[in-house]
Design a binder for this molecule. Sequence first.
Ligand code: SF4
Ligand code: SF4
Ligand code: SF4
Ligand code: FES
Length: 951
Amino acid sequence: MTRLKEKDFGTPIVKSDKTVTGYIDQIEITVPENTSIMRAAAMVGIDIPSLCASDNIKSFGSCRLCIVDFEGRTGFGYPSSCTTPLTDGMKVVTQNNELSVFRKDLLEMYISDHPLDCNTCAGDGDCDLQDQAIDHNLFQNNQLAPSKYSLENGCNHLGSNVDESNPYFDFDPDKCIVCSRCVRACNEVQGTFALSIESRGFESKVKPGISDNFFDSECVSCGACVQACPTGSLLEKTVSEKGMPDETVLTTCAYCGVGCSFKAEIKNNDVVRMVPYKDGGANKGHSCIKGRFAWGYANHQDRITKPMIRENIDDPWKEVSWNEAVQYAADKFKKIQNQYGTNSIGGITSARTTNEEAYIVQKLIRTAFGNNNVDTCARVCHSPTGYGLKQTFGTSAGTQHFDSVQHTDVIMVIGANPTVGHPVFASQMKKRIREGAKLIVVDPRKTDIVKSPHIKADYHLPILPGSNVPLINAFSHVVVNEGLIDLDYVKSRCEESSFNDWIEFIKDESNSPEAAEKPTGVSAELIKKAARLYAQGNRSAIYYGLGVTEHSQGSTMVMGMANLAMSTGNVGFIGAGVNPLRGQNNVQGSCDMGSFPHELSGYRPIEDENARSIFEEKWNVKIQDKPGMRSVNMFDAAVGGEFKGIYVQGEDFVQSEPNTQHIEEAFSSMECVVIQDLFLTETAKFAHVFFPATSFLEKDGTFTNAERRINRVRPVMKPITGKHEWEITQELAKAMGYQMNFKSSKEIMDEIAELTPTFNGVSFDRLDKLGSIQWPCNDEAPEGTPIMHVDEFVRGKGQFMITDFVPTTEKSNRKFPLLLTTGRNLVQYNVGTQTRRTHNNKWSDEDVLEIHPSDADMRGIKEGSLVLLRSRKGETTLNAYITEKIPPGVVYTTFHNPETGANVVTTENSDWATNCPEYKVTAVEVEPASYRSKWQENKVNEVNQLKHIIA
Ligand code: SF4
Ligand code: SF4
Ligand code: SF4
Ligand code: FES
């Protein structure tokens, strides 16, 4: 195996209906008009020397190495091929003696101001300058030959200080050739605009923001500049430490639902760096800090690698063999079922594991456990998406591929903060906005997307938490009242009766913008303007997140958005659609795999006898014909003494569920808690059996991202626990008396494909061939389906749903006058189990409470001071961050750190249809505090020990 290097065509692809035909070194080529000579040459296999060009950024024409000649050229000097388009009949020459002399001369100038130490440079072997020097005979004895332009006493830039401030990469100005690729990558690919070239001529140099170093600048450590750098000037620290990698394994990021493809680059069986893969369907060679750099947790010393058991949760853990641990768990589960009945145990699949690992857990529960008590963590995030989109469109998934946003005219972001939650998609979205797409943001907070360099939302609607439904109804009211309905679309694509009922409902004054003013806190005028902008866009698209779903009316809001999109004809083509931004890497996949208690894989109802019989025949068991318990029901039943055992795959419920006290009570009431995880999580404190899990670097399988894209996850190393997770689940099934005989995860995917109509054409072989596949993939769509509902909705006709506003029971009052809403930040992920074990802590190692200056002032709260956050459910302390990004009356925090325990204060309110918790609305009061509670002090000590280890 060797290190994979993707082809670089030098300049971006050009889209044009017109084509031109020219000749490059006598080879005829036809390309879209305005294609550069450099790109056209690369297309016929001729790589013109270059340093400052790359095909993911616009051409710049600064290094001049790419000069070419062509017949009939007039004027002085050779043109640069990266900035000169091929024209009809043009006859280009890319190589001749004169061009070579010029190029060599140019290279000598670069080398005159560059260290001659390739043999000791960590970038050796991955440097365009070195490659060009070799090609032009300027490389001798493993190093650059001294240049004829080197002046003994002349000026150069050598001897500058290396900027080591970023924990993941260094910037060595000595090696910089001021090509500006880093600056352009930061601007055009990432959209952060953190870098600039300061001064001019000889004094030119790369400068991070207004600071002197990368760490203190606006840089978000996406790594795009490091990737773009053609020399060793910007380089990953791990390459300096471990050496240049020499092998590549293609795999998929294990963090968010964007599902970025990565090249895991390896040396001596050790991962050296993760580099985003240019041919990745979702990310096209871009990444964020988490996937690019925060993978070190996989080898963290806190990882548990041996199975462990204990009789009581107060006993110390005892390391045992896999056989003993599996048998111990099986015996306990069987004993519980004998004593309390078949339905007294259940299990949870994880959105962090592969499809194959999730599938086999739900199969274990439906076969060996003999019940449908299976649920997944999507319950607490996007279950309302599943319900709402299924009712209206007919299937539980986003309608578009990510590329679709490049064709959108009006983007509406509701309850999502993509720059921190889905950073790579945010970069793609921001690119489209910089090109002119309009932007509406609906969010209580002034999130980054509302205003950032070269981006400004046309309308920001800072609604009060809990008021999504009246807002979306008011949007539709404007559409109906102002004649903005796309009647042709509705007539041909939607159910007439449901549309007529909906029109009657939505026309009512109670759904008007004026009526929405009070609950939303947004003026009717602003609502009208934003609604008109959305409705009048040629291609309008909705992107939404947990700010939509994690409400008592999450499902209603999803249906409200679907109603709006259908009424304006915005579903079923590129640039439009209704798109959930999924939180975890495989939340879509875990839902697809039959992880809900009422559905088999592919969202087929458990009550459907035909669907059930297919599985019964294949699995050779009788499946219960009624839905099992949801996770919330399992916890309630545990507290009530009826539910006694649980198998939890990769979820930290105690930290992630609302109303922590209730969850702790539920877990401590059970007789057998089996946790399968990388680390001893908060939930593992209540476990009797611990099955050590595998990191994504050890997994073999697939993840499915937010655009239904099934991506391969390939093992970079063997499981350090000695077993794949699917093997453990299979052994547990066998120990409980049900035979499963998979020999590989490939075979599990084959069974998924056999039993799941939307996965019929999926296999590891086809994924290797196609790169990735977006389901549905079957005979009608053998290569997958990037956009859904193209000619008709999955359910046939689109169904309008009545979306009455029922205010949450969680209300502010004199005792609890503020509304708390929660979310995440860029560098930490979910409950922080992985990211808190990386250098990402250097940016953020605590949850803070965002509060508006007027609310802080009123309470005597100072910036950075400790405050008590109290709700009807509980209290915690954290430090205050005073900011105008949050409106008066609302406070905000993240939930990444166990010592904050943000969910101690959240309530058990949940979505009426799916039980998704209402994390986004909690009435609270905030006051100055002088000390932390005892439980928090203990947690802080635990975390400090961890920080010490990382430092
Ligand atoms: S790491 Fe990303 S954000 Fe930071 S300077 Fe480089 S390109 Fe810009
Ligand atoms: S740091 Fe690298 S990419 Fe940036 S200007 Fe210097 S050589 Fe070019
Ligand atoms: S955007 Fe999401 S999938 Fe992509 S690298 Fe970042 S965390 Fe990973
Ligand atoms: S590659 Fe064309 S000028 Fe640098």
